[in-house]
Design a binder for this molecule. Structure first.
Ligand code: KIV
Length: 266
């Protein structure tokens, strides 16, 4: 296999049991390029856009217009990774016809696949999308578009009954044709059981090390999320502090006349 060949949904699916899937979110061209050049397999244009970029309290206000705009920017920055667009709240729940039309908009601007939240309930939708040539990434566990139903961003699958339901959900959407499943905020043992129960890869976030891959919000990894630091996220850099230091230095140099220097003048 050509090592620079673009990742497809089918190729990522085939990584199960062979290589861990590495995924991060991106919402703009510059970040997408960085991820792609770093060899990230799957770039997710998450509706976490709402919190990370647009300043909302949750993902519910994010619109198709927001998501299409940012997905197009990300797609322009990616050569090899698989670009997955998150279908925002109420863009796929109303009818299968509307969901197909909305998913089509993402593929037209350069996404390779879409992500939808939910389990058994989504089986007819997933079949329709996949049957019409649109690869689907599933998402179960803490599905943020159900934050009102859950009463907050809470760990899922803690009771035996909830764990059994998540296992049923995973099996159902895998059978319906998703190429991989995001498993969010569930105890590691349950994530391991789900991973063993399905033939498609699981991509964990707050779901422990035994998933077939991991995904994080890029702002959490780079320290760009301010004081917000979820337990499951590891901060690999503190770019927020570095940016503040650089901006402070610029401010001082503008104030004391050091910037611009002769080398910055025409
Ligand atoms: O919106 C998002 O970024 C996501 C990931 C956290 C999985 O759904």
């Amino acid at each position: 296999m050509n090592p620079t060949a673009p990742w497809t949904a089918a190729r990522l699916r085939a990584l199960k049991g062979r290589e861990k899937i590495v995924s991060l979110t991106a919402y703009d061209y510059a970040t997408a390029r960085l991820l792609d050049e770093s060899g990230v397999h799957l770039v997710l244009v998450g509706d976490s856009l709402g919190m990370a970029v647009l300043g909302y309290a949750n993902t519910l206000p994010v619109t198709m217009r927001d998501m299409v705009h940012h997905t197009a920017a990300v797609a322009r920055g990616v050569k090899q990774a698989l670009v997955v667009a998150d279908m925002p709240f109420m863009s796929y729940q109303v009818s299968i016809e509307q969901a197909l039309a909305n998913a089509g908009r993402f593929l037209r601007v350069g996404a390779h696949a879409v992500k939808v939240e939910g389990g058994e309930l989504r089986v007819p939708l997933i079949r329709a999308l996949v049957g019409n040539g649109i690869p689907v990434l599933g998402h179960i566990g803490l599905t943020p578009q159900s934050v009102q139903e859950f009463g907050g961003f809470k760990v899922q699958g803690r009771t035996d009954e909830a764990a059994r339901k998540l296992l049923r959900d995973a099996r159902a959407i895998a059978k319906a044709g998703v190429f991989a499943i995001v498993v969010e905020s569930v105890p590691p043992k349950l994530a391991a059981r789900i991973t063993a129960a399905v033939k498609v890869p699981t991509i964990g976030i707050g779901a422990g090390p035994q998933c077939d891959g991991q995904v994080l919000v890029i702002h959490d990894l780079l320290g760009l999320g301010g004081d917000w630091k979820p337990k499951f996220a590891k901060r690999y850099a503190d770019l927020g502090a570095a940016a503040k230091a650089a901006i402070g230095e610029y401010k001082r140099e503008v104030a004391d006349g050091t910037f611009p220097g002769p080398e910055h003048c025409y």
